[in-house]
Design a protein. Sequence first.
Length: 80
Amino acid sequence: MSEVWEFKNGVMWKVANPGNRRPQEVLVYLPATEIITSHQMLENRLREKGWVHYPRMPLELIQYHKGPHSDDLLSLPRDF
């Protein structure tokens, strides 16, 4: 099942589907309106902002954090 999620101000929202169509899964970097199509593209953007791989990630997830002095953690499925 495909879903569209919007990340805004540190909050994740599921975007409603008013047309009753099946939306495609996309992750959009809003400042550049760039569609992120791979983990490598996402990692490049996150590294620019100081994010790094979380050292103890579960096998089904890829996780990033902002360093040892931050509680911020971003988790994504490996098959995104």
